[in-house]
Design a binder for this molecule. Structure first.
Ligand code: AMP
Length: 288
């Protein structure tokens, strides 16, 4: 497995793969890897000739300096895990390599048609502009044939799909289902910050979403949301939002029959740790 911290060496290496006619799969991550990330890597391994993984805690997508500082960083363990998955290339640049000082990168303005104003966009102002900026930048550097992302970050997938439509990147987006812990909590690097007791309690998020799905045919949206709130009102859990939205534009629905694909998306604080999750209530999963 090759490791790069500078863009130039990486570009040269990838150029050789491309000249050999090999298909590149790219998995962007912020590290602190877990089985959810590895599912993306394995999917890429299955359908691409070469797999490139980036590990970069992108400062421009954090709207809270404390959250950025507290984000777990476990580079050497991550590299070992990727080596065991037969990843070809790991790219773990410094902030200065991605955003060279003095270079005016500007922020390319994307029009997400309101997608970035809801849910995560509303509670984390500037977050999606930062996500789109870094993924756009990495796609310029890596120019993969396929880009792998997790359904766990449902709104992020919708944002990146929209960004791809607005750019000339040729990458095909492959969405991988959410990997969960045995009791249902969606795997996340942030779970490492939960105490064992809070980690148990956070399983209520998955249980509440599953309840919503089981009741989707017989309950109103209002009742479904109320049920979620009740089921997640176990201290230290505190729900920031629970929305029932259409699967494409992520517009809040007042009635489930308004869309073929209906998804429940939630953000819940477990003490100091902010967790997000989602579940398709009606229609097909995003995954391909
Ligand atoms: P992150 O390191 O949190 O930026 O995540 C990198 C990629 O892994 C994103 O596309 C996430 O959606 C995906 N991912 C994170 N957690 C999971 C999970 N539990 N299951 C599947 N994919 C995930």
């Amino acid at each position: 497995m090759l490791r790069f911290i500078h863009t130039r060496g990486l570009r040269e290496c990838l150029e050789r793969y491309r000249e050999a006619g090999e298909q590149l799969g790219f998995v962007p991550t912020m590290g602190a890897l877990h089985e959810g990330h590895l599912d993306l890597v394995r999917r890429a391994r299955e359908i691409c000739d070469r797999v490139v993984v980036s590990i970069f805690v992108n400062p421009t997508q954090f709207n809270d300096a404390g959250d950025l500082a507290a984000y777990p960083r476990t580079l050497e363990a991550d590299v070992e895990m990727l080596c065991a998955e037969a990843v070809d290339v790991v790219f773990h640049p410094d902030v200065d390599d991605v955003y060279p000082p003095g270079e005016d990168l500007g922020r390319r303005q994307f029009d997400f048609g309101g997608l970035d104003e809801l849910m995560e966009g509303a509670f984390r102002p500037g977050h999606f502009a930062g996500v789109a900026q870094v993924v756009d930048r990495f796609l310029h550097i890596v120019a993969p044939d396929r880009l792998f992302m997790g359904q766990k970050d449902y709104q992020q997938v919708a944002i990146i799909r929209s960004m791809l439509e607005q750019t000339a990147h040729r990458a095909e987006l492959v969405v991988v289902p959410t990997r969960r812990e045995p009791h249902g909590l969606a795997m996340s690097s942030r779970n490492e910050r939960l105490s064992p007791a809070d980690r148990e309690k956070a399983a209520a998020i998955f249980e509440a979403l599953s309840w919503m799905r089981s009741q989707a045919m017989v309950s109103s949206v209002e009742d479904l949301r109320r049920d979620f709130l009740e089921r997640c009102s176990i201290p230290p859990l505190r729900t920031e939002y629970i929305e029932v939205v259409d699967g494409q534009r992520l517009r809040p629905l007042s009635n489930l029959s308004q869309s073929d694909v209906v998804v429940a998306c939630a953000a819940v604080w477990a003490g100091e740790v902010r967790l997000i999750d989602n579940m398709t209530l009606v229609g097909d999963e995003l995954s391909s």
